[in-house]
Every structure is written in structure tokens, then in C-alpha cells.
Design a binder for this molecule. Structure first.
Ligand code: XUL
Length: 531
């Protein structure tokens, strides 16, 4: 019997999923989570990010993520009934794109972490930039323009790196830091992603960036899976020396550092390179073949699925990433995901059950009422000045607003996932809101596809645990196919199928076009039409 641990360092909290594998016998032993706002209030975050006067600037404290890691490992080690000697490997999933800037002291500090003192107390002076810009940051439009200009326009950047230059991607964020704080940039010896920062803490040394998360930087040559020299040059001076190595997602970056073993009685299990949350969710939802897609309804909503070959979109929508399974994945991201649903829920004083009731009480198509739910700046389509637009929708009508936000999100997902050109027949729904079958009915109807739920609420943490299993098998010279890795774990809940309702599907067909028209117009007009 072997244990594998998957950790998910996400925007709002840290989740741990421990799995047990004994030949065909497989089970999730436990899932534990902590939330930054409530469990680590000293950092002063709200929804996991620091308050900011400028809505385009969104940062978080890297030491908060480190403290969360120590807290969760401490509480896992205290769990009754777990034989930690069986822990073979640990891997993780990080919110994508966020970057951590470390000075020359970091290497020695990481390598000499004392088990007698808390982690953060030993890392206080290793940051060359106090805070980490994260994926919600949209403040780098000029840097994106400069990078695109240097690399042959948006299509040139997409051909090289898999995505046009995006505000939240790490390259534009690094360029902004180098421009605005050249002293801080020159004091930076190493720039990590959230994923490689967390892996470095576990391994007690600078860990590599895996190809999956490396694809979210506008810095990696997607075909060659190497740093793209021209992109590095277009981004910041002497960047190559500041980046960790790139490595396949199944790379062992070291054993668990003595800090974890001595402080918490854990064995020197293999630490497997961490990846991004979306690449990990691909594995955690068992998406290992082209044709299946998953929709994750989390802080951001994402739609993604495997691609046999890298086919970046022509119009700059979405991304192609290297997949942790060795092929590729296509993905489109929407920033106004759960936070938009929560805003509507809270504005109307509802709880989630009231939210579901509202969906059941309103007709598919909402009697013509529609919303563009851009409470925050939006990634897809690019909307830098947020503002909610309402069409034939009374802002006080709670049920109609609930339906409007969900329908708009699904209409946008259909529209902006066509570029992937994968015939969508089945959708695996994951993330917090995927427990709500009323939301999933709208998804099934708008996509005209069957939707299945997943038992593991956190597919990214499960995917990380499964990646740990895969890498450990490979390193032990008993490789497992991905089918074998995911079997018995990443399967939809029995009887969870939500089928499209024919009459609703017909009703949504013209609404797809109407939505597209309204979206195009709204993107062109900077101020909300009907705030
Ligand atoms: C992906 C993205 C988000 C974050 C959320 O490109 O920006 O999905 O990974 O954690």
C-alpha cells in the first residue's frame, strides 16, 4: 500500500488530497483545506488577495502560501490512523501565472531550513519583491503590446508560446516589474511560479518549472519545450539566468527536505515538480484523450480539454499549454466565475440553495433578459474597464439576475471554446459550483452536451496526487500508462449525468448569436450600457 499527496495552492486557499493505492484498490483517504482569509488573517487578504486601490493590480503574499503549506502539513501529520511511512511521493498544483521574486539569499536559506523554527521565520528576507502578482492582475497592457510588437504581433506570440500576450501571464508581469522597479529586478536572482515556489519549499532547493505551468508565461517555446530566447529578450534583461530550468511534469525535484521530515515525522518521499491548477485538473478529471472537455467552475471559470497537437487559436482567444501527460491542452479562462455568481447571490441576499431555487423558478432563456457579468475586469473577452451590462433585466429581480449570470457565463463559454475545434459531446464539471445541478442543467442546455459531475470537489489536488503516483512509478522503473493512473479515481459520479433538454437547446440557439452581438458591442463601448 502506498500513499500519494496532492496539494493545491489556489487563489483562495490550500487543499490537500491524500490517496492510497494498493494494486487495483484505490481510494481517496482524505481531503483537507484551509482558507487564507479566515485561517491566516494576519496577511489581510480578501478572497486570497491583498487589498488594492487599483482594481487592475492584484497581488498576494508569497509567505502566506508558505505558511499555509506548513499549517496543512502540520495538521496532516497529526491526522489519526495514517501510516506516513507509506508516503511515496508528493506533488502539487498552483494557481497559474503568479510569480515570486527571490534574492540571492534564497538558495542558501532553502537549503538550510531548520526544523526547529517556523518556515516563514526563516524566509522573511528572501523576497526581492514583497508581493506576488497573480493571475487576476490585469495591469500589464502596455507590456503585452511591447512584447507582441517585438515578436510579430499577437499571432506571432501565440505561435511561439501557445497564447498571445496576456496581462496575467508571467512574462508581461516580469517586464512590468523590471520597468517599474529596476533595482528590485536586479536584486532578483530567481523568479518562480507559484507552483515551482511551493515545490522549492518542499524540496528545500530551487525547483524546476514544469512544461505545463511554463506554458502560461509567454516565455516558453511550446513546440520545443525550452525557454524561447526571443521571448526572454522581448521581456526583460538577463532573464534567462533568473528563471529555473524547465522540466517534464513528472520530474522528481528532490526528496522532502529534512525540515518536513524532522519537524513533522514525514519520510523523505519524492517531491514531484508541481504544475498549474488547470493542467492538474486535466489529470484529476481523467481527461487524457482529445474529445473530452472539463469545465471548472472556480474562482475563475475555465473550459479545457486535451489536444493531440498544439493548435493555438487564430484570433488570440484562449491558450494552448503543454499537458502534464506529455501532449497538449486547450483552455479558455473567464475571470468573472464564482466571484460573479457570489456577487449576484449576495446582492439579492440569497444562499446557494436560494440561488438554485431561482434557477428552477425561471425559464430557460430568461424571457429575453440578459446580462454581461463583468463585475471585475474580464479576460475573455478582454474587458479592462469592468461593468455589468443588463438587457431587459430589472436589477432588483433576484431570480432573473441569478439566471442571467449563469446563462451569460455558459453562452460565453460556448462562444469562446469553438477555436479548440474539439467536438464537445460530454463535459466533466468540477469546481465549487459544479455541485449545483441547476447550474449544470443550464450548462448542458447551452452546450447541447451531457454533463457529468465529479466526486472529488478539488480536481486539481487530486490531479496532483495522481501525477505524484505517475512520476513515482516511472522513477521506480514500473511505469504506468495514464489510463492506469487515473483508473478508479478520476471518473464521473455514477448517475450524475445531466442531459440537455431539447426544448431548451432550441431556445438557446438564437441566444448564442444575440449574446455574441451584445458582447462585441460592449467590448467596443468602454462604459457599461446599463450599469
Ligand atoms: C489560467 C488562469 C486561472 C488560474 C486560476 O490561465 O488564469 O485559471 O490558474 O487559479
Amino acid at each position: 500500500m502506498s500513499l500519494y499527496l496532492g496539494l493545491d495552492s489556489s487563489t483562495q486557499g490550500l487543499t490537500a488530497t491524500l490517496i492510497e493505492v494498493d494494486g487495483p484498490h484505490r481510494r481517496i483517504v482524505l481531503t483537507r483545506a484551509l482558507r487564507y482569509d479566515e485561517d491566516l488573517p494576519a496577511y489581510g487578504t480578501r478572497h486570497g488577495v491583498l487589498p488594492s486601490a487599483d482594481p487592475a493590480v492584484v497581488h498576494a503574499p508569497p509567505l502566506m502560501w508558505a505558511e499555509a503549506l506548513e499549517r496543512i502539513m502540520a495538521s496532516l501529520a497529526r491526522e489519526p490512523g495514517i501510516d506516513w511511512r507509506q508516503l511515496r511521493a508528493v506533488s502539487g498544483s498552483g494557481q497559474q501565472h503568479g510569480s515570486v521574486y527571490l534574492n540571492a539569499r534564497a538558495r542558501a536559506r532553502l537549503e538550510a531550513l531548520s526544523p526547529d523554527r517556523p518556515l516563514t521565520a526563516q524566509l522573511e528576507d528572501v523576497l526581492s519583491r514583497k508581493t506576488a502578482p497573480i493571475w487576476m492582475d490585469s495591469s500589464t497592457t502596455p507590456q503585452c503590446a511591447a512584447i507582441e510588437q517585438a515578436l510579430g504581433g499577437p499571432a506571432g506570440v501565440a505561435r511561439l508560446t501557445g497564447s498571445r500576450a496576456y496581462e496575467r501571464f508571467t512574462g508581461p508581469q516580469i517586464r512590468k516589474f523590471a520597468e517599474e522597479d529596476p533595482g528590485g529586478y536586479s536584486a532578483t536572482e530567481r523568479i518562480h511560479l507559484v507552483s515551482s515556489w511551493m515545490a522549492s519549499l518542499l524540496a528545500g532547493r530551487h525547483a524546476a518549472i514544469d512544461h505545463g505551468d511554463g506554458s502560461g508565461m509567454n516565455l516558453m517555446d511550446l513546440a520545443r519545450k525550452e525557454w524561447a530566447q526571443t521571448a526572454l529578450e522581448a521581456t526583460a534583461p538577463a532573464l534567462a539566468s533568473r528563471l529555473p530550468a524547465l522540466a517534464p511534469s513528472w520530474t522528481i525535484v528532490g526528496p522532502l527536505a529534512p525540515f518536513w521530515c524532522r519537524r513533522f515525522g514525514l519520510p523523505p518521499a519524492r517531491v514531484v515538480a508541481w504544475s498549474g491548477d488547470n493542467p492538474c485538473s486535466m489529470v484529476g478529471t481523467g481527461l487524457i484523450r482529445e474529445g473530452l472537455v472539463a469545465i471548472s467552475l472556480g474562482t475563475s471559470d475555465t473550459i479545457f480539454g486535451p489536444m493531440r497537437s498544439a493548435r493555438p487559436s487564430d484570433d488570440g482567444t484562449g491558450h494552448v499549454f503543454a499537458s502534464p501527460t506529455g501532449t497538449y491542452m486547450g483552455m479558455t479562462v473567464f475571470k468573472n466565475g464564482s466571484l460573479a455568481r457570489e456577487r449576484v447571490r449576495d446582492e439579492h441576499g440569497l444562499d446557494w440553495s436560494g440561488f438554485g431555487d431561482a434557477l428552477r423558478r425561471t425559464p430557460a432563456g430568461n424571457g429575453g433578459a440578459m446580462m454581461l457579468p463583468w463585475f471585475d475586469p474580464e479576460i475573455t473577452p478582454l474587458v479592462l474597464a469592468p461593468g455589468v451590462r443588463r438587457f431587459d433585466l430589472d436589477p432588483r429581480d433576484a431570480p432573473a439576475n441569478v439566471r442571467a449570470v449563469v446563462e451569460a457565463q455558459m453562452l460565453a463559454m460556448v462562444r469562446h471554446s469553438r477555436w479548440m475545434n474539439v467536438g464537445i459531446q460530454s463535459i466533466y464539471a468540477t469546481g465549487g459550483a459544479a455541485t449545483n445541478r441547476d447550474v449544470l442543467q443550464v450548462m448542458a442546455d447551452v452546450f447541447d452536451a451531457a454533463v457529468y459531475q465529479f466526486a472529488a470537489a478539488n480536481s486539481a489536488a487530486l490531479g496532483a496526487a495522481l501525477r505524484a503516483l505517475h512520476a513515482d512509478a516511472l522513477a521506480s522503473r514500473t511505469p504506468m500508462s495514464w489510463e492506469e493512473v487515473v483508473a478508479g479515481f478520476a471518473e464521473p459520479v455514477a448517475d450524475s449525468r445531466v442531459s440537455p433538454i431539447r426544448e431548451h437547446v432550441e431556445r438557446y440557439r438564437p441566444l448564442l448569436e444575440l449574446y455574441a452581438q451584445r458582447e462585441r458591442q460592449a467590448v467596443q463601448s468602454p462604459t457599461p450600457a446599463n450599469p
